[in-house]
Ligand binder design. Structure first.
Ligand SMILES: NC(=O)c1ccc[n+]([C@@H]2O[C@H](COP(=O)([O-])OP(=O)(O)OC[C@H]3O[C@@H](n4cnc5c(N)ncnc54)[C@H](O)[C@@H]3O)[C@@H](O)[C@H]2O)c1
Length: 248
């Protein structure tokens, strides 16, 4: 058994910033060879690539809400990694918050198309190489919001709860082939997204977190690392909450 990610090829979606960038830096430090991507900001992804430990990483454009883009990205990534993909982290995600009374169908559809359907499209692409190798680990970054719901985030909550159910089904279908599927459900994590909150909003959030601090991207990365490594080889179909006790 080993927690090392040496010789493992791992694809992380949405890694150009925030939690994804934190996961990428941490996994590269553990010896993984990474497939990263950018939706729009190529410069940020190139900057990340320059600062990653190790060599042989892969970078290309990827829009997980677009089937052709997913096809093209995984075709190139498979070529780059010689059809050996050991891990996938479905991290890319969006929010389009609105109270239900005012939510437009397009706002609902966009969030589902990226967060839930995007995870489906990307997961499907790694199954064949993983089945062939009789091993692989898929990790979905969901959210505490998918577990407890949140006013103004019905679309987002549904996309994350849906991803959790999707992950369990994938886990059941693939367990006999050695492919595992699990979720990490973060609570409030310090990223560009949460930096915009004012002191009052931050205090409100922290008052509901028993550990009285926001999580770091490294808190998430460490849990992702565990689920990708052989240390978790008997764990599938599970969800690990990394939320400082916010929801139990
Ligand atoms: N920040 C938090 O507190 C928090 C809490 C719980 C869950 N999450 C989840 O963690 C994940 C990362 O969140 P974050 O805070 O780093 O957000 P972020 O907005 O900083 O990063 C999201 C990344 O996804 C990419 N992305 C968005 N749409 C895409 C598309 N169609 N195709 C490809 N890439 C796309 C973006 O380019 C970006 O790199 C998301 O799934 C989010 O729902 C975040």
């Amino acid at each position: 058994m080993s927690s090392s990610l040496e010789n493992k090829n791992i694809i992380i979606t949405g890694a150009s910033r925030g939690i994804g960038a934190g996961i990428a830096k941490y996994l590269a430090q553990q010896g993984a060879c990474l497939g990263i991507s950018y939706a729009n900001s190529k410069a940020a992804a190139e900057e990340l690539l320059k600062n990653l430990d190790g060599e042989g990483h892969f970078l290309a454009q990827l829009d997980i809400s677009n089937e052709e883009s997913v096809d093209a990205y995984f075709k190139e990534a498979n070529k780059h990694f010689n059809n050996k993909i050991d891990g996938l982290v479905n991290n890319a995600g969006i929010t389009k918050d609105q109270i239900l009374l005012r939510m437009k169908a397009a706002e609902f559809d966009d969030v589902i198309a990226t967060n839930l359907r995007g995870s489906f499209l990307c997961s499907q692409k790694v199954l064949k190489p993983m089945m062939k190798a009789r091993g692989g680990s898929i990790v979905h970054i969901t959210s505490v919001i998918g577990q407890m719901g949140n006013a103004g985030q019905a679309n987002y909550a549904a996309s994350k709860a849906g991803t959790e159910a999707f992950s369990k089904s994938l886990a059941k279908e693939m367990a006999s082939r050695g492919v595992r599927s699990n979720c990490i459900a973060p609570g409030y994590i310090q990223t560009e997204m949460t930096e915009v909150l004012d002191d009052n909003q931050k205090e409100n959030i922290l008052s509901s977190v028993p550990m009285n601090r926001m999580g770091s991207t490294e808190d998430i990365a460490k849990a992702v690392h565990f689920l990708l490594s052989d240390d978790s080889e008997y764990i599938t179909g599970q969800s690990i909450a990394v939320n400082g006790g916010l929801y139990m």
